[in-house]
Ligand binder design. Sequence first.
Ligand SMILES: *[C@@H]1O[C@H](CO)[C@@H](O)[C@H](O)[C@H]1NC(C)=O
Ligand SMILES: *[C@@H]1O[C@H](CO)[C@@H](O)[C@H](O)[C@H]1NC(C)=O
Ligand SMILES: *[C@@H]1O[C@H](CO)[C@@H](O)[C@H](O)[C@H]1NC(C)=O
Ligand SMILES: *[C@@H]1O[C@H](CO)[C@@H](O)[C@H](O)[C@H]1NC(C)=O
Ligand SMILES: *[C@@H]1O[C@H](CO)[C@@H](O)[C@H](O)[C@H]1NC(C)=O
Ligand SMILES: *[C@@H]1O[C@H](CO)[C@@H](O)[C@H](O)[C@H]1NC(C)=O
Ligand SMILES: *[C@@H]1O[C@H](CO)[C@@H](O)[C@H](O)[C@H]1NC(C)=O
Ligand SMILES: *[C@@H]1O[C@H](CO)[C@@H](O)[C@H](O)[C@H]1NC(C)=O
Ligand SMILES: *[C@@H]1O[C@H](CO)[C@@H](O)[C@H](O)[C@H]1NC(C)=O
Ligand SMILES: *[C@@H]1O[C@H](CO)[C@@H](O)[C@H](O)[C@H]1NC(C)=O
Ligand SMILES: *[C@@H]1O[C@H](CO)[C@@H](O)[C@H](O)[C@H]1NC(C)=O
Ligand SMILES: *[C@@H]1O[C@H](CO)[C@@H](O)[C@H](O)[C@H]1NC(C)=O
Length: 585
Amino acid sequence: MDKVLLSIHIVIFGALLLFTRGKSFVQSSSSSHTHPNHTVTSCIASERSALLGFKAGLSDPAYLLSSWKGDECCKWKGVHCSTRNSHVVKLDLQGHGCDPNSDAWTQVLGGNISSSLLGLRHLQYLDLSCNGFYGVQVPEFLGSLHKLRYIDLSSLSFIGRIPPQLGNLSNLQYLNLNSEYFNTTYSMDITWLSQLTSLVHLDLSGTNLTTIVHWLPVVNMLPSLKVLHLINCNLRTSSASLQLSNLTFLETLDLSANGFHTHIARNWFWDLTSLKYLYISSNGFYGQFPDEIGNMTSIVKLDLSSNNLFGMIPSNLKNICSLEEFFVHETNINGSITKFFQRLPSCSWNKLTYLSLASSNLTGRLPTKLEPFNNLIYLDISRNKLIGPMPLWIGELTKLTYLDLGYNSLDGFIHEGHLSGLESLEWLWLSDNSLTLTVNSTWVPPSSLTNIELRSCLLGPKFPPWLRWLTSLDNLDISNTSISDTVPDWFWITASTLYTLKMGHNKISGSLPSTIEFMGATAIDLGSNQFNGTIPKLPISLSDLDLSRNKLDGPLPLDFGTPNLMKLVLFDNSISGTIPSSFAK
Ligand SMILES: *[C@@H]1O[C@H](CO)[C@@H](O)[C@H](O)[C@H]1NC(C)=O
Ligand SMILES: *[C@@H]1O[C@H](CO)[C@@H](O)[C@H](O)[C@H]1NC(C)=O
Ligand SMILES: *[C@@H]1O[C@H](CO)[C@@H](O)[C@H](O)[C@H]1NC(C)=O
Ligand SMILES: *[C@@H]1O[C@H](CO)[C@@H](O)[C@H](O)[C@H]1NC(C)=O
Ligand SMILES: *[C@@H]1O[C@H](CO)[C@@H](O)[C@H](O)[C@H]1NC(C)=O
Ligand SMILES: *[C@@H]1O[C@H](CO)[C@@H](O)[C@H](O)[C@H]1NC(C)=O
Ligand SMILES: *[C@@H]1O[C@H](CO)[C@@H](O)[C@H](O)[C@H]1NC(C)=O
Ligand SMILES: *[C@@H]1O[C@H](CO)[C@@H](O)[C@H](O)[C@H]1NC(C)=O
Ligand SMILES: *[C@@H]1O[C@H](CO)[C@@H](O)[C@H](O)[C@H]1NC(C)=O
Ligand SMILES: *[C@@H]1O[C@H](CO)[C@@H](O)[C@H](O)[C@H]1NC(C)=O
Ligand SMILES: *[C@@H]1O[C@H](CO)[C@@H](O)[C@H](O)[C@H]1NC(C)=O
Ligand SMILES: *[C@@H]1O[C@H](CO)[C@@H](O)[C@H](O)[C@H]1NC(C)=O
């Protein structure tokens, strides 16, 4: 009896096995249709236990590695095996910690990086970027995984010394240890780098290299290098030139936020005329904008911002024909905007997408005519000394998403023609000019607008009717704009999407509706107006409220309903009664 049962069991089990085998055979044969050489790989037992050992050291609160169970480790999330010999060749476990959304930080791995990874002797590719390995050192043992070609441990908040053992990885082509936002790693000796002669991409941003004087000769030993990021590494020395440059393939050089404090013209990187991307902002470079720029004929993105540079950009830029992004904000150009535009190479006018000229002491009037900058996406000329009207050509920049002309002395009128063509515009910042907006009461603004700052421009006396059409506003500043009106009911609906609302310093009257409670705002400034009536219950998200200098009266609400309130300004009203006990919270 027992034997019969057992054999039945075996038969059933065998059938199941056949069934699953058959299924996977179907799968692989269907995929073999597109990839003829694809075979089902099976996990090598020692590598499976290496992976499990690695997993055991991790903390994984979001269960990102829930698929790491069973025998077939080649199918685990992030694990890739060679189709030839089944060895684990790739571990791709990038976390979500670099995503901008706020709960992304929970979608990460943490804990320790176990040396059991050493069991993956055929590993070529390791990506653990954007996870949360706080306070962990870059493991020395990585230097023994000789087949590694690709290491990305960026944005992981590692601490301590970068291990020189990495210099043993002679196959390494890609090394990214960027800790730019943490600044908690360092190296006092980078000679190990010079052994990595296959390196194509190197990023040590955020690594404190302050003690290293001769870093450039080391980098110059890497003849395959295409991309070099050394942002915020506390580098202080630069060389005037590189006699024998090995860096003939270098396309991207980012040395932002170091401290070279040397003359801008006498620098080795100007000899690398094949560079496409050069970022040298915030380095204390000084002197005039160098003529050397005129030889950078391959340049696509050039960031010279936040240095002590002065004078007009050079007149020899006519061969800079690939320029797409040009950043010269926080320099002291101290010359006319018209001349600046004239010196931008005409062969790249229709390629330019980013033009960042804020705080650079540009003077004069914006030219009334300008050859079309058809592809401009971002134009920031704020905080300069511009005078005169806003020209009509700005309204023809149909791809523009960001326009900031704030903090100048522009005057004159803005009408539909200046704005209606800006069909991609999201940010419109014109604050602190003497501009008058005279649009028709029926005007419909670009619906893409999300951020509007028109502080101290003239919009009133009527409450701007065109705001009604904007359904996805994030921030609105129309303070000090001579509005002398009541707030139309529709506005509080429009305003429900806002994070910040600033309408202070107007003559706006009427009472505050109870629907304010349902706004999502964190900051509201309605100060210096003529609002009357009592203060209603407030948005739960609010942290910053100014209602001062109004005609509000009556008692305070028993419960403001604002658990996160940090700043409350109510003076100069006619509020009466007692302070509610909810205040103590
Ligand atoms: C499949 O393998 C054969 C022999 O190794 C090779 O010649 C062929 O290019 C491979 N095909 C693909 C699609 O990889
Ligand atoms: C990581 O290692 C430290 C020290 O060895 C230990 O205290 C900690 O519990 C480990 N973390 C995990 C997630 O295993
Ligand atoms: C790896 O590098 C370290 C430090 O650079 C060195 O001491 C060690 O001998 C190297 N190991 C091997 C196996 O090459
Ligand atoms: C790292 O340095 C940058 C630039 O100096 C700085 O902005 C950032 O706040 C620093 N980060 C930490 C965590 O100290
Ligand atoms: C960089 O390291 C040096 C010493 O090696 C130290 O004095 C300095 O404070 C460090 N800088 C930062 C920003 O951590
Ligand atoms: C260029 O790189 C090679 C390989 O690393 C090295 O042998 C050579 O010394 C380098 N040349 C210079 C001038 O540094
Ligand atoms: C530009 O390059 C030419 C040819 O290589 C060279 O003669 C000239 O000195 C360079 N100009 C500057 C300003 O570096
Ligand atoms: C602009 O010029 C003023 C003097 O008019 C000077 O104080 C300021 O530093 C200059 N701005 C920059 C960014 O150099
Ligand atoms: C700006 O240029 C004028 C001459 O055009 C000069 O007198 C003035 O000192 C310069 N200002 C700054 C801040 O460099
Ligand atoms: C306002 O728009 C209407 C309809 O588009 C038009 O008839 C009228 O002339 C415009 N008024 C002004 C002042 O532009
Ligand atoms: C309001 O704008 C005027 C110019 O229109 C300006 O003179 C004044 O300083 C501004 N007031 C505030 C409080 O910003
Ligand atoms: C608020 O002021 C308006 C006039 O602006 C007036 O009609 C209204 O009665 C006032 N409301 C209260 C509650 O005082």
